[in-house]
Write a protein that binds this ligand. Structure first.
Ligand code: ADP
Length: 411
């Protein structure tokens, strides 16, 4: 099957075209600054790169343009759009309605609209992407793969906030968690590397990219995760604060004369290591400038927060077989992993210092713990696209099972 994977952001569109049978990436690309002026695109195939500026007033125009690139007479990878068999959409928020991936129909779109208030920055853009494809290629099946679905196994005591209960009942105020496809994928890979069934493995997964989240996985299912109602909560991230006392919002709102939306924008876009270093959200820059006390503080804060989550999830799980680091920072930064796990020998965690520092640019699955470490520590490159492709194919074929089905195969 030829699958188009779409990730529509508020002003961006990321895409990949895959031949799932041959496991071949046919094309990949990114359109930025949609509907805000100065739109740019970059499109890559195995032997051609096409880049440039092009005005896109909306996502439909951008998708239309991408489809033309895919079938271009000189560098197209398809002779006709009929060769595409299905589209897999990365959807940020599935609320409590979706515990796995689904075929998109009118009812799904109506449900996504209903829960858009839970992810006002993301879900409306996802819906625009779905509608654009449905208009341009009406015969094509569309599948929704949710960032939240993997975390729908959280027990009540882990997902509830200690607020008046009616806010959960009336408005769905609770922890949802994100990066679900990534946590699921690396947990499955780690179990495979350990030679254990993931259904019998306890794993802590740390997805540390620009956004970052931790997940406690018991017997293959998510039992706690650090992101909450939105992706703001939890770890210190590139530009997000992670955990803060909610009173910060009130105090800053008073002092700065800003409303809560504006203050939350500061917490989401101007905080994290960017806020502390006052210059960089890219962790390569942070780690390259540790002689600047602000960068050193940002690094210390980020690694300390990771350590706290590792410790608390060890308490949650009781027995931990493995800790997995993934995503841009998790996969590449030996110094971050070393500092975050330093001093945890008493909890059975010991890194092989040399192996841990040797993963930069290697992009492979690597065991970085020492032989005597009771808890194995892995670096595993995430592959959210693969999950989206596999789910899209199985949903379209009618063979899809989600991780909560009793006969779900973890392989
Ligand atoms: P996103 O959350 O945007 O998908 P990624 O998973 O691609 O992010 O991760 C982006 C982050 O990875 C950036 O902050 C980048 O600096 C960081 N990163 C990439 N390589 C390294 C490295 N060698 N050391 C530290 N951080 C790195």
């Amino acid at each position: 099957m030829i699958i188009l994977v779409l990730n529509s952001g508020s002003s961006s569109l990321k895409y990949q075209l895959h031949n799932q049978e041959t496991d071949q990436l046919l094309a990949t690309g990114l359109v930025e600054r949609i509907a805000i002026g100065g739109s740019i695109f970059s499109h890559k195939t195995q032997n051609h790169t096409e880049k440039g500026e092009h005005p896109f007033d909306d996502h439909a125009q951008a998708i239309d343009y991408v489809l033309k690139l895919l079938t271009h007479k000189d560098f197209g990878v398809l002779t006709s759009l009929d060769e595409i068999n299905a589209v897999g959409h990365r959807i940020v928020h599935g609320g409590e309605t979706y515990v796995g991936s689904v075929l998109i129909d009118e009812e799904v779109i109506a449900n996504l609209e209903k829960i858009s208030y839970l992810a006002p920055l993301h879900n409306p853009a996802n819906i625009i992407g779905i509608n654009a494809i449905r208009t341009l290629l009406p015969a094509l099946p569309n599948v929704a793969v949710f960032d939240t679905a993997f975390h729908q196994t959280l027990p009540e005591h882990a997902y509830m906030y200690a607020l008046p209960l009616s806010y959960y009942r009336d408005y769905g105020v609770r922890r949802y968690g994100f990066h679900g496809t990534s946590h699921l994928y690396v947990a499955k890979r780690a179990a495979k590397l350990m030679g254990k069934p993931v259904g019998g493995s306890n794993i802590i997964t740390m997805h540390i990219g620009n956004g970052a989240s931790a997940c406690a996985i018991r017997n293959g299912v998510s039992v706690d995760t650090s992101m909450g109602l939105s992706p703001l909560e939890g770890l210190v991230m590139g530009t997000r604060s992670g955990d803060v006392d909610a009173t910060v919002v009130q105090l800053l709102s008073q002092q700065l004369g800003k409303n809560s939306d504006e203050v939350l924008n500061i917490l989401n876009k101007e905080s994290g290591v960017l806020g502390i270093s006052e210059q960089y959200s890219d962790r390569r820059d942070i780690e390259g400038n540790l002689d600047d006390p602000r960068c050193a503080l940002a690094f210390d804060m980020e690694t300390y927060r990771i350590k706290k989550y590792v410790g608390s999830y060890m308490a949650v799980l009781g027995r931990v077989d493995a800790i997995v680091f993934t995503a841009g920072v998790g996969e590449n930064s030996g110094p971050l992993r070393e500092k975050a796990l330093a001093g945890l020998e008493g909890l059975g965690i010991a890194l092989d210092t040399k192996k841990n520092m040797d993963t930069l640019g290697k992009h492979g699955e690597t065991l970085v713990s020492a032989p005597e470490s009771k808890v194995k520590v892995y670096v595993i490159p995430t592959n959210e696209e693969l999950v989206i492709i596999e789910d899209t194919v199985s949903v379209v074929r009618g063979t899809y099972k989600n991780h909560m089905d009793s006969d779900y195969s973890f392989e």
